[in-house]
Write a protein that binds this ligand. Structure first.
Ligand code: ZN
Ligand code: ZN
Ligand code: ZN
Length: 392
């Protein structure tokens, strides 16, 4: 191979020792699970697994970036030469193998993987199909599995660094929700798109590095859970679902997501809206309280659903109760029927039931919750849970 391998010593020094220790611990856990699953080599390209394991987020370029992590032996990050300066110093966690445009990076990967005929290889779920097919052609005897089989259950359980990052992101989102609920964002007479832009810029000013989404659905649009905010002008006495979140990094690393929903009403709510909201709030609180270590993810979904069902709104709660959250906005564990994953300390997820009256109004209440070392749920969002009137 013609590309030069850059050793550890040349890049040692700048990463925080504690952060590096956390990454090293993750590599150890990944290797343990590779052994359990009989995976010989883990190959990580685009997606959240790579930054979770190395602190480096690859840009979604057509050029190949691939961490080659054998179950034993040194991991090597194959990276386009022009990206090499952006790779964070990993204090010897992996070697860097930059490739030039005159080289075929698949050659480098095949050399690193070796030609063992019985190899079981795990490739990033988010790798390009071009990468997957090129590797399959060059390693025809290998058995392929998704990298998430190795990484997802590990990534779902957050370590102390990750919980601290999620807590900071949640607090920043809460500050935006506080301004929204105290009437600091004019609603009546504004378009959904204007309110969405305002929320987005506040997420940034509260410390997020980027905005992942800022859903604003007013009036009948509030009944569409993932409504794209548009030119509809917000009127009086409407419910407005505001669901927003971004990515916040405490240490210059990959960053962790916030995700919060508050529903406000632009004037006195009707009795029907107030009644629906009381049910929604009870469902959300009951589900958070039920999210303790030892129960299944689906049982938390069922708790929220039972409250809404018994008020005869069950057919209007059209999505799962929640999703895991971390480097990605949506990741394991999902709070959904059929998910028998047993919750343990470190699991972090949204609890976000909704009630949607098609063509009329809708509402959702969402907090991020993490299960603490004591097995109890900790809500990372604490903005007012009421149906706040925002008469501006
Ligand atoms: Zn969603
Ligand atoms: Zn949300
Ligand atoms: Zn969510």
């Amino acid at each position: 191979m013609s590309a030069a391998l850059i050793g550890d010593g040349e890049r040692a020094g700048s990463a925080a020792v504690a952060a590096t220790a956390a990454l090293a611990a993750r590599v150890g856990r990944v290797r343990g699970r590779m052994e359990e699953l009989g995976v010989d080599v883990l190959l990580l390209s685009h997606g959240a697994d790579l930054p979770w394991l190395t602190g480096y987020r690859a840009m979604p370029l057509e050029r190949l970036t691939l961490l080659v992590l054998p179950v034993s032996g040194d991991p090597v990050l194959v990276v386009p030469g022009l990206e090499a300066p952006r790779v964070a110093d990993a204090n010897g966690l992996f070697d860097l193998l930059p490739w030039s445009d005159a080289e075929d990076p698949i050659d480098l990967v095949v050399n690193l993987v070796g030609q063992s005929s019985a190899a079981r290889l795990a490739l990033s779920d988010r790798a390009w199909a071009t990468t997957a097919f090129a590797l399959q052609r060059r390693l025809p005897a290998a058995e392929w599995v998704e990298a998430s089989r190795v990484t997802s259950p590990l990534r779902a359980i957050k370590d102390d660094h990750e919980v601290a990052a999620l807590r900071a992101a949640g607090a920043a989102a809460d500050r935006v929700a506080d301004v929204l609920q105290s009437g600091g964002i004019p609603m009546i007479g504004r378009t959904e798109a204007e309110v969405s832009a305002r929320i987005g810029s506040m997420l940034i000013s509260e410390g997020h590095s980027n905005v992942n989404f800022a859903i604003v659905g007013s009036g009948p649009n509030a009944a569409s859970p993932h409504h794209e905010p548009g030119e509809r002008v917000i009127g009086r006495e409407e419910t407005v679902v505001c669901d927003f979140g971004g990515t916040l990094s405490l240490d210059g690393g990959p960053g962790y997501c916030s995700d919060i929903t508050r529903t406000v009403v632009t004037g006195t709510p009707t009795a029907e809206v107030a009644q629906c909201y009381a049910v929604l709030r009870e469902a959300q609180h009951a589900a958070v309280a039920a999210a303790v270590a030892g129960v299944t993810a689906e049982s938390v979904d069922r708790v929220a659903r039972d409250v809404i069902d018994s008020a005869d709104y069950g057919h209007l709660f059209v999505h799962r109760t929640g999703h895991g959250i971390g480097i990605e906005e949506h990741e394991d564990p999902y709070l959904v029927v059929g998910n028998e994953t047993v919750l343990v300390p470190g699991h972090a997820f949204s609890v976000e039931p909704g009630i949607y009256q098609p063509g009329r109004f809708g509402m959702r209440l969402e907090d991020i919750v993490v299960i603490g070392a004591d097995g109890q749920p900790e809500s990372l969002n604490n903005a007012d849970h009421g149906l706040v009137v925002v008469d501006v």
